[in-house]
Design a protein around this ligand. Structure first.
Ligand SMILES: Cc1cc2nc3c(=O)[nH]c(=O)nc-3n(C[C@H](O)[C@H](O)[C@H](O)COP(=O)(O)OP(=O)(O)OC[C@H]3O[C@@H](n4cnc5c(N)ncnc54)[C@H](O)[C@@H]3O)c2cc1C
Length: 512
């Protein structure tokens, strides 16, 4: 385990040249001699949404980050994904939501569970109660720009090929033979993760039994004709739809010819062939917006951490995109891990803080895999599954059931186990009103926050890590709460000694 101090050798304290990037110390590497490998605090493999978000979170704490990305260019034409409520809230917490919104399309937060046509439950905060459809390359690009603005370095066309670690360092060898060193390595390199394989971490679960093609394209047949044919086919085919997705554009889902090991997107001809096989016509599809392929494999990494190497996002968990949860889960992994890894690198992490990453996030992924399995069953055309679906449709008329399922899919129902305490302990705090604005506006810097309605508490020797808002008007049903940088409630109360104990638990020893 990394000792909680800085040494001359530790790059965290090594002087660096000023740079033009915004946001604290830039991520320049250090090199003690010409032949020595460049060293960083953290290397991230993969600049997908998880890797980019993690890089930005680490930069908020001045951690020197290098992201190595296998592809030379950012992806151009891949799928539209949906950002759910918790991810939208996280974006607001980091001041990113306003930047992202103009690039997406808001859809109502209805029909979110197994496409059951129910409206969203009542009582949600309208500022976040929608699904934001956004092209994945766009959200990836926005997150990468954010990370770079904060000082992260991204090197494209560089793939991690080998990893070694000892007690203090990880040595990363890239495919071109260059060697780099860092305190930690995080594999955010997707479902076929090289880092996970190099670590020998098991990835048990269910292999893909089926594969589907999904995309958006124009059609050459009148809408009425499509509607009739689609209704007939859906009687017997679970994995099929052809439905409007904007002016002149249809969303298409059709079974693939078989299960392949190909990572590349399918072609329009693949879609035409499969549409003809299933529907007897290809509906004259043309001018695709994006085309994608996915299988129904479900897998969860046995471990999220081996020594100084961690896994996040699809590298740690895969499942089919029913309910659109994968990217959301990865971004949320990144926000959970970022401040903990930063604390470790900066030297103030309490014992075992980093281990709470797996303890908290692996059960969340387990739950997502499980609800995805349940949704897959509910989408089946088998009579038994259809009967269960009808029953659930009835149950969802109860607002509590409807809310419970929405909380699952959108990740706003997560409660981490922080021990005994009021129901709010371990949950995320909504974006409540505080004096001069909203809570999330106070969390842009990724620090802890004491929200203090008593106006007599203090963060004392933790003020370098934790902010303090004394506000007797805050719309909060508790005298005081301590928020972690990921917005989860780590303490509730009004007793300073108890607060100090919890500050130590989450933020390490105070500075005197
Ligand atoms: C059809 C479809 C629809 C989907 N819809 C949704 C949705 O609506 N909502 C949602 O939340 N999710 C959705 N998903 C899932 C989502 O796309 C993934 O969960 C998400 O991309 C995972 O992000 P990631 O950063 O963890 O991994 P990835 O996006 O896979 O990124 C990994 C990155 O690592 C790079 N890399 C790989 N190997 C190396 C290496 N050795 N060295 C360096 N770099 C490497 C890759 O090039 C890539 O850029 C959908 C998926 C599919 C297939």
């Amino acid at each position: 385990m990394h000792p909680a101090h800085f040494t001359a050798e530790n790059p965290s304290t090594a002087p660096v040249e000023p740079d033009s990037v915004v946001g604290g110390r830039p991520s320049s590497p250090t090199r003690s001699t010409d032949n020595a490998p460049r060293t960083y605090d953290v290397i991230i493999a993969g600049c997908g949404p998880t890797g980019a978000m993690l890089a930005a979170e680490l930069r908020l704490h001045d951690v020197r980050v290098l992201v190595v990305e296998k592809e030379t260019e950012p992806p151009s034409a891949v799928r539209i994904v949906g950002l759910h409520i918790r991810s939208l809230e996280l974006m607001a917490m980091r001041g990113l939501l306003e930047r992202i919104l103009p690039h997406g399309r808001r859809r109502p937060a209805s029909a979110y569970f197994a496409a059951i046509p129910k409206p969203a439950p009542t009582g949600l905060d309208p500022r976040y109660a929608y699904l934001l459809g956004i092209p994945q390359p766009v959200i990836e690009r926005l997150l990468e720009v954010h990370a770079v603005e904060l000082g992260a370095q991204v090197r494209r066309g560089r793939a991690v090929a080998a990893v070694e670690q000892d007690g203090d360092w990880v040595t990363v060898e890239l495919a071109d033979g260059e060697r780099l060193r860092s305190r930690f390595l995080v594999g955010c390199d997707g479902g076929r993760s090289t880092v996970r394989k190099l670590l020998g971490v098991g990835f048990p679960g269910e292999p893909a039994r089926t594969e589907s093609l999904m995309g958006e394209m124009a059609v050459g047949v009148p809408p009425e004709e499509i509607a009739v044919r689609v209704a007939e086919i859906r009687e017997t085919h679970q994995r099929f739809w052809l439905r409007p997705a904007g002016v002149g554009v249809y969303s298409v889902l059709v079974p693939a010819a078989g299960v392949s090991d190909r990572a590349e997107p399918p072609t329009l001809d693949d879609f035409k062939r499969q549409l003809r096989a299933v529907a007897g016509t290809d509906f004259g599809v043309h001018s695709p917006r994006w085309l994608s392929r996915f299988g129904d494999a479900m897998r969860l990494a046995d471990s999220y951490r081996v020594g100084r190497v961690l896994l996040a996002g699809d590298a740690a968990h895969i499942h089919p995109p029913i309910g659109g949860q994968g990217l959301n889960l990865g971004v949320q992994d990144a926000v959970n891990l970022g401040w903990k890894l930063a604390a470790q690198v900066r030297g103030w992490a309490p014992e075992a803080l980093l281990d709470t990453y797996q303890a908290e996030r692996r059960p969340v992924a387990e739950d997502v895999l499980d609800n995805t399995r349940a949704q897959a069953q509910l989408l089946s055309t088998e009579p038994g599954a259809q009967a269960v679906r009808r029953l659930l449709i009835e149950l969802m008329d109860f607002d509590e059931v409807n809310l419970h399922l929405l909380q699952k899919i959108t990740a706003i129902g997560i409660r981490y186990d922080f021990g005994d305490g009021p129901d709010l302990l371990g949950r995320r705090l909504p974006d409540i009103d505080v004096k001069h604005g909203h809570l999330y506006g106070l969390l842009h810097r990724g620090r802890g926050l004491l929200l203090d309605r008593t106006e007599r508490l203090t963060v004392g020797g933790w003020s370098d890590r934790v902010d303090h808002l004394a506000d007797s008007t805050a719309a909060l049903d508790a005298p005081g709460v301590l928020l972690r940088p990921d917005g989860h409630v780590a303490w509730i109360g009004d007793d300073q000694r108890d607060l100090d104990h919890h500050l130590t638990r989450w933020f390490g020893r105070p500075v005197h």
